[in-house]
Design a protein around this ligand. Structure first.
Ligand SMILES: Nc1ncnc2c1ncn2[C@@H]1O[C@H](COP(=O)(O)OP(=O)(O)OP(=O)(O)O)[C@@H](O)[C@H]1O
Ligand SMILES: [Mg+2]
Length: 226
């Protein structure tokens, strides 16, 4: 019930317990530049290289064809295995659910889940928007189960004023619906990243891996701090 993502995303493949779980949502969150889009692209490349078909929902024009081809060793024919959607508004993003439901794929990647939602959010509409986000994420989870596929999402964060802690945009809604939750941290000046498993149904939480982003994908590095 897992998809192999080891070819371009080995550190994350190992962190999650030998691949990415099908039938649920795996969410990667972190600050700008933490590596969320790179992780999403590396997972996409790992999957299409094996002949898997995927849906990629790019809500923030983060999908770089140039970078994707670099990851796939220039094999442009692999692009036919990706169905790319580029919604420009939260309403457009919501309406994609009906289309995605009908497509036969191994994975649905949404980068980012909340970017367009956050733009619409205001004090006046917070309840309505929270309900809409709940419905969207619940529908993604239902597609994951019914179509036996993996849903991979990325998530922005903000700093809670009172506690100073990082909090996910969409808070409990996305935390609850994500059955695997991974925090990505940009560590130091040399471009190293740490991925921390914050929630899992079958792996030890707080498990960590350090990695760097390279031309061919994510590579594990030893940091000597854990
Ligand atoms: N080919 C590459 N080789 C090495 N590093 C790369 C490569 N392409 C991009 N990067 C690095 O990836 C980082 C950007 O990561 P990414 O875009 O995934 O962040 P993000 O978490 O999605 O940020 P945001 O929240 O702003 O969307 C930059 O530090 C950039 O240098
Ligand atoms: Mg991004």
């Amino acid at each position: 019930m897992r998809l192999d993502i080891s070819s371009r995303t080995e550190p994350i493949h190992k962190l999650l317990g030998n691949g990415i779980e099908k039938r649920c949502i795996t969410n990667f969150y972190g600050l700008p530049g933490a590596g969320k889009t790179q992780v999403a692209l590396c997972i996409a490349a790992s999957l299409v290289e094996q002949g898997e078909k995927i849906v990629f929902v790019d809500t923030e024009t983060g999908f770089s064809f140039e970078r994707f081809l670099e990851l796939c060793g220039g094999k442009s024919a692999l692009l036919k295995n990706i169905i790319l959607f580029e919604p420009c508004t939260w309403d457009e993003q919501k309406s994609l659910i009906q289309k995605i439901k009908k497509i036969k794929t191994s994975a649905v990647i949404v980068d980012s889940l909340v970017a367009l939602w956050r733009i619409e959010l205001s004090e006046e509409n917070v309840q309505k928007l929270s309900r809409e986000l709940s419905r969207f994420v619940a529908e993604l989870a239902a597609i994951a189960k019914k179509n036996n596929l993996a849903v991979i999402t990325t998530n922005q964060v903000y700093t809670e004023i009172e506690s100073g802690e990082l909090e996910l945009s969409g808070r409990y809604i996305v935390k609850w619906w994500s059955k695997n939750l991974v925090e990505l941290i940009h560590f130091g000046r040399a471009g190293k990243r740490i991925a921390v498993l914050k929630k899992s149904r079958n792996q030890k939480e707080e498990k960590k891996v350090a990695f760097e982003i390279t031309s061919t994908g994510l590579k594990e590095v030893k940091l000597g701090i854990f």
